[in-house]
Design a protein around this ligand. Structure first.
Ligand SMILES: [Zn+2]
Ligand SMILES: [Zn+2]
Length: 131
């Protein structure tokens, strides 16, 4: 069982299944929302994801008509994203997942929008937008 929580601990969740997709997103929205060089996402099946806390502090932000992002409105932690183009999956922010669960090969997306002050130092595949 994969577990995770937001920084303040009001939002907790479990994933009963595997991480099927593992990407670092360098788009400007992820960079702003994560306050970081990129956001890392674990793609999991929706039916395998379950909140184990109340969800009254989980707020949705529509960063684009095709993308809803859910975050804790107390501490600001990003929890997950849900793309209309990929309705079967949640893309859970890896930073709120505990430990180091098994995951597939990482890759970088939206590298064309990468922060100019950050250099990618690994050999993982890179895509200017999405693969
Ligand atoms: Zn929180
Ligand atoms: Zn992104």
């Amino acid at each position: 069982m994969i577990k995770g929580k937001c920084e303040c601990g009001k939002v907790t969740f479990e994933i009963d299944g595997e991480i099927e997709d593992f990407s670092h997103c360098h788009c400007s929205q992820c960079r702003r929302m994560h306050g970081a060089a990129f956001g890392t996402f674990a793609g999991v099946k929706i039916e395998n994801f379950k909140y184990t806390s109340d969800t009254d502090t989980v707020t949705a932000y529509e960063s684009a008509p095709s993308n809803k992002r859910y975050f804790c409105n107390v501490c600001g932690s990003n929890i997950l994203g849900h793309l209309i183009s990929d309705p079967e999956r949640y893309y859970v922010a890896m930073g709120v997942i505990d430990g180091n669960p098994e995951h597939p090969q990482e890759y970088h997306i939206w590298v064309g929008s990468k922060a100019p002050w950050y250099t990618i130092h690994d050999d993982a595949p890179q895509y200017a937008e999405e693969p």
